[in-house]
Design a protein around this ligand. Structure first.
Ligand SMILES: [Zn+2]
Length: 260
């Protein structure tokens, strides 16, 4: 028996930490990061350049809580390598990486967070103050168009996930989230806690290990102590439920040709 794929015993849902850790970076680093968030990359170069001066590049720490339910949304965040989750109670509503942004309430003219926002995978993100974001939104129709389409895709993903949780078997769902993780970290070898995987799948932690075992037995993945390596990406895609492809297609449409 392989050891369980468990690295961190703390759950970001039960042990939130306060306080963003920011590291100011040069303007060049900010500009390079802008192209790595797929939502911002969908903007034309001119619109993107105009935004660059208002962004700061920061590091988000695992288990950091960015917003609580109903707390004031003081900034928007565009993840680069970090992954965050919107959480209500102990339920993960949606997880967001380099395909998206945090701060949808501001887009809708509301200043309060509708959920808790916690960091699941530490990494880089671009941050912009709410006041500057509002001004940019008014001045850049291209930004408004892309973010409006983003809200549509996030709603579609939440609905798709609600179907997935009820209708699809554990192993295909597990494959689905491993693929999503590959996309978030832009790698096929990554750390993934059993806790985060179980929260995305909305199952008990004890359910996750047998599902990973099935995928490993089929030679699709290798895992040891919370580190997962995808051995056969095409095979993992074939093993995943259709939800991966459906949601991924929506994000690809959004992320290409200014929202297409
Ligand atoms: Zn599914």
């Amino acid at each position: 028996m392989a050891p369980p794929p468990e690295e961190l015993t703390d759950s970001p849902l039960s042990r939130p930490r306060r306080g963003a850790v920011s590291t100011s970076e040069s303007r060049d680093a900010v500009k390079a990061a802008l192209a790595k968030n797929r939502l911002l990359a969908a903007l034309d170069a001119k619109s993107r350049d105009l935004l660059a001066t208002d962004f700061e590049l920061i590091t988000l720490k695992p288990r950091e809580q960015i917003y609580d339910v109903d707390s004031r949304v003081t900034a928007v965040y565009f993840p680069i390598s970090a992954v965050v989750s919107a959480v209500l109670g102990s339920t993960v509503l949606v997880s967001i990486g380099n395909e998206g942004m945090l701060g949808v309430p501001l887009m809708l003219g509301v200043e309060r967070s509708f959920s808790r926002i916690v960091v699941q995978v530490g990494g880089r993100a671009l941050r912009m103050d709410a006041a500057r974001f509002r001004i940019n939104l008014e001045q850049s129709p291209a930004l408004g168009r892309v973010l409006a389409k983003y809200i549509y895709v996030v709603l579609k993903e939440i609905l798709q996930d609600s179907l997935c949780r009820r209708a699809h078997a554990i192993e295909p769902r597990c494959a689905r989230w491993l693929l999503r993780m590959c996309d978030w970290v832009a790698a096929e070898d990554f750390r993934l806690t059993q806790q985060f995987l179980s929260e995305m799948m909305d199952v008990r932690r004890a359910t996750v290990n047998p599902a990973l075992g099935v995928l490993r037995k089929a030679s699709l993945i290798h895992y040891v102590r919370g580190r997962i390596r995808v051995l056969d990406r095409a095979g993992l895609e074939a093993a995943a439920c259709d939800c991966y492809r459906i949601v991924d297609t929506e994000y690809r449409r959004l992320n290409s040709a200014s929202g297409g």
